[in-house]
Ligand binder design. Sequence first.
Ligand code: DQA
Length: 154
Amino acid sequence: MARKTKVLPIYVLNGPNLNLLGTREPEVYGRMTLAEIGKAVAARAKAASLGVVFRQTNHEGEMIDWLQEARTKASGVILNGAGWTHTSVALLDACRMLDRPLIEVHLSNPYKREAYRRRSFVSEVADGVICGLRAQGYLFAIDAIAALLKDRNT
Ligand code: DQA
């Protein structure tokens, strides 16, 4: 009898200040809370028979720990690095070591905003970038990871 191999969950990692979604600049980031986005993401992943680990932190070291953990415990990573996207070489270094599909997500479109948001360290190693589509971007990112995993396994 063929044994089913267990597919590792997708890690969806959110950086600083995203815990305040819903009330934080809703005209820029939308009105959904992070908990609501987490629920929608889990449902989308479930439809593709994938699990999700959904987390947020305001502490850069904790984010680096999670990215290191994802090297062996995740099938892929969706990362909204928030402000660290534009500043953190440490975040880039951790992403570079992933060897898993990585999709960078932003709720807003940083290219429409201040010049300092146009630089993304994460983009240097991400397989894809989805921005400007608010919460829906996370759902498209799940679809993208599912497709990339399928490609890798065929
Ligand atoms: C963000 C965009 C970043 O420029 C900003 O610092 C954030 C959120 C987004 O999701 O649109 O905190 O990553």
